[in-house]
Design a protein around this ligand. Sequence first.
Ligand code: NAD
Length: 382
Amino acid sequence: MSTIVFVREQVENERRCSLLPINVKAYTKLGATILIESGIGETVNIQDSDYAEAGATVEADREALLAKADFVMSIHPLTKADLEKTKTSVCCISFLDPFNAHDHIKWLQKTGRSALSVEMIPRSSRCQKMDALSSQASLAGYVMVAKAMSTLPRVFPMMMTPAGTLKPAKVFVIGAGVAGLQAIATAKRLGASVTAYDTREVVAEQVRSLGAKFLAIDIGETGQTEQGYAKALTPEQIEIQQQAQAACIADSDVVITTAQLFGRKPPLLIKKDVIAKMKPGSVIVDMAAENGGNVEGSVAGSIANVEGVNVIGTGNWASEVALDASQMYANNLQALLLEFWDSENKTIQLNLEDDILQTALITHAGELINPTIKALLTEEKA
Ligand code: NAD
C-alpha cells in the first residue's frame, strides 16, 4: 500500500489546489492512503476538517509529510529543497515545464526520482478526462475575457437606450485552440462582435459555429502536428500574418492573443506600431506574456500601458477562478490515478508499457522516459 501526499502550493499568488474533499472520498473508497498538508484548501475556503471528514490524514509538518510520500500530487513542481526531503523512490505528479526545466529534470534523473508531467499527457480521446492543459486553458480563456471586460471603458453588448445606442465592442481573438475557443464563446455570450484567426485552417469551422467571424489570411502551407498542435511559421509567413491582421487589430476594442507553439517560445504577433493604431484605452490580453509573449511590450505579471493601450499580461489566469480550476485539476489527477490504480496492491502502478506513461513520465528510476525530452537533454549533453 502506498502513501499519496497532496501538498499546499508554494508559488506566490497561486490560489488553486490539487485536491477537493470529494476526491478524497473517491480515493479512500479505492483504499488509497491520502495525506494532505494542513491548509491545502485555504485559498479556496476549504478547511482541513472537510478533508479529514472525507478520509484524509492532515499533517502540518511539510517535511514530515514529504518524507512519507510514495506519490506527491501538486499543481506546480516541488522545488529541489522539497524533493530532498522525499524518498528517492518518490513519484511526483504536477506541471513540470519539461521543455525548459532541463537542470531540474537532470537532477531528478540523477537522484532516481520519478516525475510525471501533466502537460505531456497525450491529447487523445482516452486522455481527455486527465487533460489538465485543456481544463486550465479553457478557464484561462474565460478569465482573459473577464479581465478585458473589466479594463475596457466600454460595454461588450449592443445597448439601445433612450440615452443613445451603444455599438457592440469588437473583440479579435488570435489563436483558436482550447483557450481561444473559450474566449470566443465567452465574448460572444457577453454580446461582443467577435473575429478570430488561427494558422490551423481546421478551426475555422469551430470559430464560425460559435457565431464568430474567421479572418482569412493566406499564408501558404501551415499544417499541424500529429497531436493537433500548430507548426511554427517561417519568418515570411509571420510577416504576412502580422500585416494581414493589422487592420483588424486597429479596428478592435479588445485583442486576446492565445497563440502558442507546444514546446517552443510563442510567436511574436503584434508589434508596437500596430498597437499604436488602436484606439487609446483599448485592451490587449497576452496569454503568453509569462513565456515571452505574443505582444511587443507586454509585461509578465502586470498590466502595461503600450502606446495608450492596456496590455494585460498578468498570467496564471486559471488561478483567478481558483475553486473551479482546482475542481477541474483535481478531477484530472483523479482520472489519471484511476487509470493506473492497482486495486490489489492499493497503489498507482507505473506501467512503462502504457503509451500515456511513455509520454508523460519524464524521469523514472534513473532513466529519462519521454523520448522528446530524452533526445533534447541528450543532445544538450553531447
Ligand atoms: P496551443 O495552446 O498549443 O495553441 C493555441 C492555438 O494557437 C492553437 O490553436 C494554435 O494553432 C494557435 N497558433 C499557433 N501559432 C499561431 C499563429 N502564428 N497565429 C495564430 N494562431 C496560432 O493549443 P491547444 O489549445 O492546447 O490545442 C492544440 C490542439 O490540440 C487543438 O487542435 C485542440 O483541438 C487539440 N486538443 C485535443 C485534445 C484531445 O483530443 N484530447 C484535447 C485538447 C486539445
